[in-house]
Design a protein around this ligand. Structure first.
Ligand code: SIN
Length: 569
């Protein structure tokens, strides 16, 4: 079976811890997955004899992660005539044969209650004038099942409600501006070691400043995605794959990393625009906007007609590929979204955030076409978990975008991401208290565990350029091999600096290399992985997953077959 190997330090180079603290459970991340886990754990631990303390650590401000940027909404079978079965069917089709069907069942069956709980917590979803929860449609859904808030500000409203709920729970401690550097076990993993703490770098003042040691009995990883490995992404600056890289170093498995979702309609701001780019929600197409290759009144065509039965609302990978194809055929650096017919009052009510963003960039979507192109949006893979969020490392759980629970397969269905964080964080809180181990002493790493060292922070731009040009929407063997070679060369450019930027760049390089290895080995086109040199999906060979693991300083990427879960559609 295909296999590649590369070197990885057991731990990142870091100063000795200068302070200590402790909590029974540390939650890393403060989006929907992290705050749901913290709130639910507070309750489930309180029901245990002796209770338990929960500490949330977040790399920046509490609302700086991806959740608040989610526009479209949260999918669940809540509408008349809809059912979890139909939601499962759409999820499996989008996932292109590599979803875990049992995980999908959990997601769709528990989804409606999880959303109702979010409402009970204070989230203000949009309602029709007659008071019924307003549901819309996005790509790949055959029903209206996307609940939204503030028109197109769903993530911001959910984040607001969760922060307010955490504010009412003084038992949950929060450390802001803290990067989890490495997990610490109480013994080597192969000798039965389990989570006993972590090293945490805090940009703080007073007692907790610099690197400290947090003793704990379990860690919930809810640290989000890796979008910053690409030059253009809808992800915020904090999405540097830190949690995935930390889990890999600790012995967990990363799965399905090659399945990076490129959102089809990201506002095109010019060839030199890098970093976080404005998203034009799929819900705009859900409300009737159409992709065109020029103004229809000047001969432009609506090119999604005939490509898929759902036309502009086809699954995201289908739309992204059709846009790329049309861009290549016409030589244009982008396509356009025509949503002029929605009219000003509708735009103002339904998509106020997108309207304001477009106008900030000089485009009035009521009068103009919106320039759009695909850009990195979501990591469908991540730290492999079972149905209860457990990873391969005892005491380490993962949820949300950092995790690979199996619900997304090769291509996440629109608006299933907030739902995944919600559902699987609730599940973790159910089982974790019963699985807590006694306190044990973390073993600090030996010095030779820290080789190779950190890479220079100023490599980030080169890394992003390599990934964007060779591991983006369109992939082929030559480009992927070049990317692997260039990333290996970047790994040799070490620095003596030990700081936040060097840690983040080293984490970016770790996840970029793992992603590239898996993309290079998967010689077929499936979901969001599009190989120009292998244009067909090949279930006979490639129904299954690439798993990336590290052991003894060597990272390997191996294929693990599993039967296709969507009947080959
Ligand atoms: C969107 O609003 O188009 C994004 C929703 C999602 O990523 O699921």
């Amino acid at each position: 079976m295909p296999h590649v190997a590369r070197r990885l330090p057991g731990r990142l180079r870091a100063p000795e811890p200068g302070w200590t603290t402790e909590a029974d459970v540390v939650v890393i991340g403060s989006g929907i997955a992290g705050l749901t886990a913290a709130l639910r754990l507070k309750e489930s631990l309180a029901a245990q004899p002796g209770g338990g303390r929960v500490l949330v650590v977040t790399k920046d401000r509490i609302a700086a992660g991806s959740t608040r940027w989610a526009q479209g909404g949260i999918a669940a079978a809540l509408g008349p005539g809809d059912s979890p079965r139909e939601h499962a069917e759409d999820t499996l089709v989008a996932g292109a044969g590599v979803c875990d069907a049992a995980a999908v069942d959990v997601l769709v069956d528990e989804g409606p209650d999880a959303v109702r709980e979010l409402i009970d917590l204070g989230t203000q979803f949009d309602h029709d004038p007659d008071g019924v929860l307003s549901l819309t449609r996005e790509g790949g859904h055959h029903r209206d099942r996307i609940a939204h808030a503030g028109g197109d500000a769903t993530g911001a409203e959910i984040q607001r409600a969760l922060i307010a709920a955490v504010g009412r729970a003084p038992e949950i401690e929060i450390i802001k501006r803290g990067l989890a550097v490495d997990l610490l076990l109480d013994a080597p993993l192969e000798e039965g070691g389990a989570v006993a703490g972590l090293t945490l770098h805090v940009m703080g003042e007073g007692q907790r400043d610099g690197v400290g040691l947090v003793r704990c009995r379990a860690v919930v990883l809810a640290s989000g995605g890796l979008g910053q490995v690409f030059a253009q992404t809808t992800n915020p600056a904090v999405s540097t794959g830190d949690g995935m890289a930390l889990a890999l170093r600790a012995g967990a498995t990363l799965r399905d990393l090659e399945f990076v979702q490129f959102h089809p309609t990201v506002m095109y701001l010019g060839p030199d625009s890098v970093g976080q780019q404005p998203l034009i929600s799929e819900a705009v197409r859900g409300e009737g906007a159409v992709l065109v290759d020029g103004k229809p009144e000047e001969g432009g065509t609506a090119f999604m007609q005939g490509v898929h039965e759902l036309a502009d609302l086809a699954p995201r990978d289908v739309v992204a590929k059709a846009i790329m194809k049309r861009m290549l055929e016409t030589g244009q650096p982008h396509m356009w979204l025509d949503a002029r017919h929605l009219g000003a009052p509708f735009w103002e009510r339904r998509f106020p955030t997108i309207l304001a963003t477009c106008r900030e960039h000089g485009v009035d979507p009521v009068a103009d076409l919106i320039p759009v192109a695909p850009a990195c949006h979501y990591a469908s893979g991540g730290v492999r978990t079972d149905l209860w969020g457990r990873t391969d490392v005892p005491g380490l759980y993962a949820t949300g975008e950092a995790a690979c629970s199996g619900v997304h397969g090769a291509n996440r269905l629109a608006s299933n991401s907030l739902l995944e964080g919600l559902v699987f964080s609730r599940r973790i809180a159910q089982v974790l208290p019963g699985e807590l181990r006694p306190w044990s002493d973390p073993v600090l790493p030996a010095d030779d565990d820290r080789e190779p060292g950190l890479v220079r922070a100023d490599l980030r731009t080169e890394l992003q350029e390599v990934m964007t040009s060779r591991v983006g929407v369109l992939r082929n063997a030559t480009g992927l091999q070049e990317a692997a070679d260039l990333l290996a060369k970047l790994a040799d450019r070490e620095t003596e600096d030990v700081d936040l930027e060097a840690w983040q760049t080293t984490n970016l390089l770790t996840v970029a290399s793992a992603l590239t290895d898996a993309a290079r080995l998967r010689e077929e086109t499936r979901g969001s992985h599009w190989r120009e040199d292998f244009p067909e999906r090949d279930d006979a060979t490639w129904a299954g997953h690439f798993d990336v693991r590290a052991a003894g300083g060597v990272v390997s990427c191996e294929f693990s077959p599993s039967p296709a879960t969507d009947g080959g559609r």
